[in-house]
Design a protein around this ligand. Structure first.
Ligand SMILES: Nc1nc2c(ncn2[C@@H]2O[C@H](COP(=O)(O)OP(=O)(O)O)[C@@H](O)[C@H]2O)c(=O)[nH]1
Ligand SMILES: [Mg+2]
Length: 221
């Protein structure tokens, strides 16, 4: 096996997201998932955390995921398929999970999406990692801890992305990092490295692409 360097993963990540990316499926129930294909990477987070904006930045698109005007509305799993710069076979799927923690959503709906997420997380062999987005200005909230619980129970590897990093003053950054790492410390399925992003400045987007490329590489070998 050839030894891959960080520069290789940066380039792989760039190419992975340089090709076509198409919406392929929306699931409202696990009885209704797309047939298994390429490895899946899912994105979860509180509503308004910046998930749609990050998915758009990641895929170089302005409107792949709709930046929300009505938070808490999407109660489905949205699947996007990436073919990579060389086209051809499907290389990766991105899964946009419903935003959680939106107060105006009724209990019944919350129970519905919780079940959908739990069923998907527990039963999906091709799910390689879940990125849990946390607003860097706000840090980990109780609803995020509930998400971590769910992921630990499902034994799905997950990693935290701190979003809207452009909004956090330099002096406050190390505190956010410390608190977030502390929240993850005893969690068995949490990946111990954080990724910082800003969809506003583009910070961290290529880092995230490279992390995904590395994951795919590790999965293959
Ligand atoms: N300053 C800043 N604002 C952001 C960033 N990402 C998203 N936002 C804003 O946060 C709000 C919610 O974004 P959206 O992507 O719809 O969040 P979602 O509900 O998690 O999908 C919008 O007003 C975005 O413009 C970011 O990186 N920096
Ligand atoms: Mg959204």
């Amino acid at each position: 096996m050839t030894r891959m360097t960080q520069a290789d993963f940066d380039e792989d990540g760039r190419l992975l997201f340089a090709g076509p990316c198409d919406f392929i499926f929306a699931s409202v129930s696990v009885k209704d998932l797309p047939p298994a294909g390429a490895p899946e990477i899912a994105f979860a987070g509180r509503s308004n955390v910046g998930k749609s904006s990050l998915l758009n930045a990641l895929t170089n698109r302005k409107t792949l995921a709709r930046v929300s005007h009505t938070p808490g509305r999407t109660q489905q799993l949205n699947f996007f398929s990436l073919a990579g710069a060389s086209g051809g076979d499907e290389k990766l799927r991105l899964v946009d999970m419903p935003g959680y923690g939106y107060a105006a959503v009724g209990k019944e709906k919350i129970a519905g999406w919780s079940k959908l997420m739990r069923d998907y997380l527990r039963g999906r062999a091709q799910l390689a990692r879940v990125f849990v987005l946390i607003d860097a200005r706000r840090g980990v909230k109780p609803v995020d801890d509930e998400m971590f619980d769910l992921l630990d129970q499902a034994a799905v590897s997950y990693q935290v992305i701190l979003t809207k990093h452009d909004e956090v003053k330099l002096a406050e950054r190390s505190l956010v990092v410390e608190e977030t790492l502390a929240a993850l410390r005893k969690r068995p399925a949490a990946y111990p490295e954080l990724i910082f992003t800003s969809s506003q400045t583009g910070e961290g987007v290529s880092t995230l692409r490279a992390a995904i490329a590395r994951l795919l590489h590790e999965r293959k070998s």
